[in-house]
Design a protein around this ligand. Structure first.
Ligand code: SF4
Length: 391
């Protein structure tokens, strides 16, 4: 029987596991702290655990984080890791340091089944869900690698955003335990305000998350009406705007923040006219049924081969932002970080080029990898923090 990977357990599951091994419950907290707070991957390192327990564990369990296949460091401090998740697939994790915070953008799936038209990941199709351990170990790796590099004992990553590859709410059973690990005081101790789940609009799962573990929520909107959103974000056909905004309203009753962040990818001559901006204002401010406290994050699109889409001119992005700002929505336009390493999620062309370079590297390593580039629209690792306010 293959060993159990303890990265797959939140504290409650690890406690049950320890009990099944005939151990006291508090042993689970000790193990959990060794793994997540102290970065241990060997049971022999766990000096305050009884030798008998350590040898018992080494027979049936392991601590197996993802290993990075590559690391790119930008001149602005942004770091992108590529993790091999087996089966020829790889996912990316991006670290964005800023003066007041350090954000990690985490992937939840290899590929994505939603198929948004502006998203390179969506164009790649879906391969598989990541496990809880694969989601958590992106944070584990970043945190402990950076602590060593920076010679720090204190926490390095202050914010996590589930805006990497994949639709987090379509991998709900792995996502929620991963969130619990991130929030646990015995692990990373992040507050619910500092962990953001970004969704394309999986309505029933927004409601489940509200009940189970309401962290900060970001929603990929991208259109002010169903007709257009059906084209851009196909899941809209199943969960149209009225249902999505209803779920957002319900979510706010439990959310750690009193607003929803709406992400809006600016696509030339598709969704970026002043009429679209006014329609958004009508939708989210003037219509009683869909009025919601919210912020907007406008994301300039970076075209990628085969998308058939172009980025809105800068002038139009600013005009669009001005309409929203005049309507008293807090509105920001995304700034790019890590452009020199293609690490700014949303640099689709760059990401696709990077995929090519990665496959070239993979050929050299005789191990073919399929890399899912991050989306330009949803995957915005510092939203709403990494922004510039329109003039
Ligand atoms: S934007 Fe997000 S939900 Fe849409 S296809 Fe890309 S990864 Fe999936």
């Amino acid at each position: 029987m293959s060993p159990v990977n303890l990265f797959d357990f939140d504290l409650a599951a690890l406690t049950l596991y320890c009990e099944r091994l005939g151990e006291k419950r508090f042993r689970a907290s000790q193990l959990f702290q060794w793994i997540h707070q102290r970065g241990a991957v060997e049971f022999t390192q766990m000096s305050d655990l009884a030798l008998s327990l350590r040898s018992k564990l080494s027979g049936v369990a392991n601590i197996a984080p993802l290993a990075p296949r590559s690391e790119q460091v930008s001149g602005d401090g942004t770091i992108k890791w590529l993790f091999d998740v087996g089966g020829g697939n790889a996912v990316e994790t991006v670290f964005i340091p800023e003066p007041q915070r350090a954000t990690l953008c985490v992937s939840t799936q290899a590929g994505c089944a939603v198929g948004c038209s502006f998203c390179a990941t969506g164009h790649q199709g879906f391969s598989r869900n990541l496990t809880t351990g694969e989601i958590v170990s992106q944070l584990w790796y970043a945190e402990h690698a950076l602590r060593k590099r920076l010679r720090r004992d204190a926490r390095v990553v202050t914010n996590v955003v589930m805006m990497g590859m994949g639709e987090p709410l379509q991998n709900y059973t792995a996502l929620v335990p991963a969130l619990r690990v991130m929030l646990s005081d015995h692990a990373y101790g992040l507050s619910r305000r500092r962990v953001t789940v970004s969704t394309s609009g999986v309505v029933p799962m927004i409601d489940r998350l509200r009940n189970d573990l309401p962290v900060a929520l970001a929603v990929s909107l991208h259109a002010p009406n169903d007709k257009l959103r059906d084209d851009l974000v196909p899941i809209n056909k199943k969960y149209p705007l009225a249902e999505l905004l209803g779920a957002c309203k319900r979510y706010l009753s439990a959310a750690p923040r009193d607003f929803i962040t709406f992400e809006y990818c600016m696509l030339d001559a598709v969704n970026d006219s002043l009429a679209h901006a006014h329609e958004l204002v009508d939708l989210l401010q003037n219509a009683e049924a869909t009025r919601i406290p919210c912020k907007f994050n406008l994301i300039p699109f970076n075209p990628f081969p085969g998308s058939g889409l172009r980025c809105s001119p800068r002038e139009r992005v600013l005009q669009f932002a001005e309409v929203l700002t005049r309507a008293e929505f807090v509105t920001t336009v995304r700034k790019t970080r890590g452009a020199d390493i293609d690490a700014a999620c949303g640099q689709l062309a760059g990401e696709v080029q990077d995929r090519t370079r990665v496959s070239q590297r993979s050929v050299r390593m005789a191990l073919p990898l399929r890399v899912y580039p991050m989306s330009s629209a949803k995957h915005n690792p510092t939203a709403p923090e990494r922004q510039e306010t329109p003039a």
